[in-house]
Write a protein that binds this ligand. Sequence first.
Ligand code: 5GP
Length: 120
Amino acid sequence: ATQPYDDQNIFAKILRDEIPSNRVYEDDYAIAFHDIAPVAPTHILVIPRGSYVSWDDFSARASDAEIAGFIRAVGTVARDAGLVAPGYRLLANTGAQSGQEVPHLHVHIFAGRRLGPMLA
Ligand code: 5GP
């Protein structure tokens, strides 16, 4: 079973504008902002507006509209940032062994340099 959603997690606070972030995109389903500790020249995080702990929680509980809206937002953010031609990588850490640190679903977008064969 997934852990309960903690509405004091850092991305929940970013969604509520209780702490600042460098937002690059927002719509009804998602917001996107620059990672505070980038590991690539472009490192953007896309998160759903809904309260979901992880990819697992989201894919199990979110509505079809939320899932479609979120996935479309990830693509739009990358396209708007000019990343389609050079290419980009998506990553969603899920659960303890993945190293997921923030318990609100986030998809990383990495771009701007040659990425290694497996992990960013
Ligand atoms: P995870 O390891 O959970 O997949 O990724 C969490 C990411 O969130 C890390 O890349 C980390 O740098 C980023 N992060 C953590 N706290 C903040 C914050 O307060 N603001 C922003 N913009 N990014 C954060």
